[in-house]
Design a protein around this ligand. Structure first.
Ligand code: KG4
Ligand code: ZN
Length: 361
């Protein structure tokens, strides 16, 4: 099987060809990602109109490059898989319409993929993980814990009731005058800071449900910064370090609950695993916290390569392959309408206050 994947749900324009031959491990034949970070940096965040226009300009070339790189012709592709949601609707329209056009012209089936499913199944592409396992998705737009039980069989066990974790990093950075994207800059600055100087809140810590909240923490950071302004470089570093420590602590508490629940729901499972996905998973303090938790709870800690943790089209092509071989590709998705909101787990009820979503998915 060879599937061409297309991803345009936020600010990366991406295309990839992934192959699966019987008896061998899946292979990423090409994986092209064009980031729009520079186009949005001046605005301190993703501007949907700029993103949509940039996708229009770049996508054709990116798809051509992905095919050329893979040495697979469109004729040899079994299907086209495209992100159809959730995300910024302008970008979704560009990606899905392009995929529909390619599929129609080449007479190939089209598979509409949920972007979150792409993240959820990546560990099977990279590590050949068996179902079931637990995924922690921490990106600019999502903070979720999902029990992955099979293809199309997902249970969201936790989500954020306000900001996504990456969003909290980005907003904290902005408040402190650090450049966009904030996460990597907060981490870098925190390295020279004193994490014990500010006692920031650990939102939701101790609550029975493993849900997340970060807006109170963000407010606490703002109040602390305002109280001691003007900020010296050391003040900024201390705030970053204290913020990061609070985040790691709160996240660790939430994930520990989910690991315990997983142990109860799947007793006797030989190799339980926690997979991380999303840009925030690059953070070393957070990674170390999760690694410790996993080893204490007897879970394998699976962190796919960063390039496949952040938004990319290989995960979309792979989700297409998973659906094809499970007989779950759906009817040819020529009529599929992009969905800016599309919960992975259709039975999960929205949380109070969870109406907001960041730009990224
Ligand atoms: O997965 P991603 O590239 O895009 C999506 O949101 O899908 O995640 C981007 C987010 C941004 O909010 C960025 O600030 C955050 O991940 N991030 C980090 C780090 N690197 C990226 N947050 C904390 N520490 C990092 N090292
Ligand atoms: Zn994503």
């Amino acid at each position: 099987m060879r599937v061409l994947g297309i991803e345009t749900s936020c600010d990366e324009t991406a295309a990839s060809v992934v192959a699966l031959d019987s008896g061998s491990a899946p292979e990423i034949l090409s994986n092209i990602v064009l980031s729009q970070i520079e186009e949005h940096a001046a605005f301190g965040g993703v501007v949907p109109e700029i993103a949509a226009r940039a996708h229009v300009e770049a996508l054709d070339g990116i798809v051509e490059a992905a095919l050329a790189d893979s040495a697979v012709s469109l004729d040899e592709v079994d299907a086209i898989a495209a992100t159809a949601g959730p995300g910024l609707v302008g970008g979704l329209i560009v990606g899905l319409m392009t995929a529909k056009a390619i599929a129609a012209a080449a007479n190939k089936p089209l598979i509409a993929i949920n972007h979150l499913e792409g993240h959820a199944l990546t560990a099977r592409l990279t590590d050949g993980l068996e179902f079931p396992y637990l995924v922690l998705l921490v990106s600019g737009g999502h903070t979720q814990i999902v029990a992955v039980r099979g293809v199309g069989d997902y249970q969201r066990w936790a989500t954020t009731i306000d900001d996504a974790l990456g969003e909290a990093f980005d907003k904290t950075a902005k408040m402190l005058g650090l450049p966009y994207p904030g996460g990597p800059n907060v981490e870098k600055t925190a390295a020279t800071g004193d994490a014990s100087r500010f006692a920031f809140p650990r939102p939701m810590k101790g609550s029975a449900q493993p849900d997340f909240s970060f807006s109170g923490l963000k407010t606490a950071v703002r109040q602390a910064a305002t109280a001691i302004a003007p900020l010296s470089d050391q003040d900024v570093a201390d705030i970053c370090a204290s913020f990061q420590a609070a985040v790691a602590d709160a996240l660790g508490d939430r994930v520990a609950r989910a690991l315990a629940r997983f142990g109860q729901e799947f007793p006797g499972l030989q190799n339980p695993a926690l997979v991380v996905a999303g840009g925030v998973a690059a953070n070393r303090t957070i990674k170390a916290t999760l690694e410790t938790l996993c080893s204490e709870a007897g879970f394998a800690f699976v962190a796919p390569p960063q390039k496949l943790c952040t938004d990319n089209a290989a995960m979309i092509a792979w989700a297409g392959i998973e659906r094809l071989r499970a007989g779950m590709a759906g009817d040819n998705a020529a009529d599929f309408v992009p969905r800016s909101r599309w919960p992975l787990d259709s039975i999960s009820t929205p949380l109070v206050g969870s109406g907001r979503r960041g730009a990224k998915a």
